[in-house]
Design a protein around this ligand. Structure first.
Ligand SMILES: Cc1cc2nc3c(=O)[nH]c(=O)nc-3n(C[C@H](O)[C@H](O)[C@H](O)COP(=O)(O)OP(=O)(O)OC[C@H]3O[C@@H](n4cnc5c(N)ncnc54)[C@H](O)[C@@H]3O)c2cc1C
Length: 387
């Protein structure tokens, strides 16, 4: 049966796998059917310290890099789980660590490391502006010792299972800035306080079991200290988080991809039709082999992006390309896995249809495939800008 060779992250893989092994397919299937949140699973990962991987050691975390964090996320998906329940803490962490004040780091990081607080949410997307992020309409106006937030967000995940959220809002009107990426700021929001004070949360039912919501801000007041970094530079800061997010999602897709590989190779080796295993037919072998080749290639780009990120070097191109390649490869693997399970691929008890739905999301979120192609065409290849 197909098995991957060990790599330099084997200790981390073994540690995460041992926790994941306590949460078998039946657990994730039940949570999916109930549209629940895998509380016990996320708690177990938190107690074992994995959710504090990116918190520096001096604040009580393990001070690991994005390479290691990506391995943690990969292993969750590879085990049959869904990192979507908890990946926010990984991609938000560097935004706070790199751009937060010492006061913010001291206040929040030790509590995040111990599991007392969760930083699982990031609110960027808006209903009327979509991917055109610099046009967001949510505003933060300074009034005395407060910022007052007005506006709306959509698809904001894990708000009901997080204590803190990073919020992107416009502090200077678009008409008053030289570049559209200027005049945006990010804030660290205490979710419980905010819901008592002008923020409302409306859950969105969706195709995957992903806790995600519409948010409405009606004069939400935030203390000045909730601003992260300098006012007006939020877009630059959020890009740190977005590059981390894209790279982590790439790793999750790779985890999904290997999960599909393991399932499909086992199934086609065992399932006999026309008197022989279906995996003996080249029409069955080739799509599986093709998906595997694409996964391996995506994995190289994922580690390239992680290494650049950890070295503090620009990694926008690599993070986007890793996400593109990995989301495509996991989708190819998902299709092959579903197809060659025949009718059984549609039966929930095989978990293939659940993982198929879960991995499909990553062609659209956190950035759509088209927008990555546009980024590469215009920012890397220098083609004329389309927007
Ligand atoms: C389950 C889920 C969870 C999410 N969680 C979060 C979250 O926690 N925080 C957050 O801020 N956001 C979140 N999102 C939002 C996600 O990042 C966006 O849905 C995604 O970026 C696409 O934006 P949009 O939906 O507004 O699509 P649009 O911007 O409306 O685009 C729709 C489609 O049109 C195409 N398109 C648009 N513009 C162009 C163009 N110029 N060239 C070519 N094609 C184009 C793309 O194919 C795109 O898929 C989540 C979304 C989902 C579905």
């Amino acid at each position: 049966m197909f098995q991957r060779v060990a790599d330099q992250y084997q200790d981390i893989r073994d540690g995460v796998r041992s926790i994941c092994a306590e949460f078998p397919d039946e657990y994730h299937r039940r949570i999916d059917t109930e549209r629940g949140y895998p509380e016990e699973f996320v708690d177990a990962l938190t107690k074992a310290g994995w959710m504090a991987a990116l918190v520096p050691e001096k604040y009580g975390g393990s001070g690991l890099g994005l390479c290691e964090a990506s391995v943690i996320m990969e292993e969750i998906n590879r085990s049959g789980g869904n990192s979507g329940a908890c990946h926010g803490q990984m991609y938000n962490m560097n935004t706070l660590v790199r751009h937060g004040s010492e006061q913010q780091r001291q206040t929040y990081l030790p509590k995040i490391a111990s599991g007392e607080l969760r930083l699982q949410s990031m609110a960027v997307t808006e209903p009327t502006t979509g991917t055109d992020t610099t046009k967001i309409k949510t505003t933060a106006l300074k009034k005395g010792d407060r910022y007052v937030i007005q506006g709306q967000k959509v698809w904001i995940s894990r708000v009901q299972h997080s204590d803190l959220m990073i919020l992107l809002a416009r502090t200077t009107p678009l008409a008053d800035v030289q570049k559209k990426s200027q005049g945006l700021s990010i804030f660290l929001v205490d979710i419980k306080e905010a819901t008592k004070n002008g923020m409302s949360v409306k859950p969105i039912q969706n195709m995957v079991n992903h806790e995600t919501n519409e948010l409405f801000f009606d004069d939400l007041e935030l203390p000045l200290e909730s601003l992260i970094g300098e006012e007006g530079k939020g877009f630059q800061y959020i890009l740190t988080g977005l590059n981390a997010e894209r790279t982590l999602i790439a790793a999750e897709c790779i985890g999904d991809g290997y999960w599909f590989m393991e399932r499909v190779t086992k199934y086609v080796s065992e399932r006999e039709v026309f008197g022989r295993p279906i995996g003996q037919n080249q029409g069955v072998q080739f799509p599986i082999a093709e998906a595997y080749i694409e996964l391996e290639a995506a994995n190289l780009m994922r580690f390239k992006a992680c290494q650049l990120f950890d070295a503090g070097k620009p990694c926008g191109a690599e993070a986007n390309m890793a996400k593109y390649l990995a989301a495509k490869a996991s989708w190819e693997a998902a299709n092959a896995c579903l197809q060659f399970h025949g009718g059984f691929g549609f039966a929930s008890e095989y978990d293939v249809e659940r993982k198929f739905r879960e991995t499909r999301l990553y062609q659209v979120a956190p950035i759509s495939t088209n927008l990555i192609l546009s980024y590469v065409a215009e920012h890397i290849l220098g083609l004329p800008r389309s927007f």
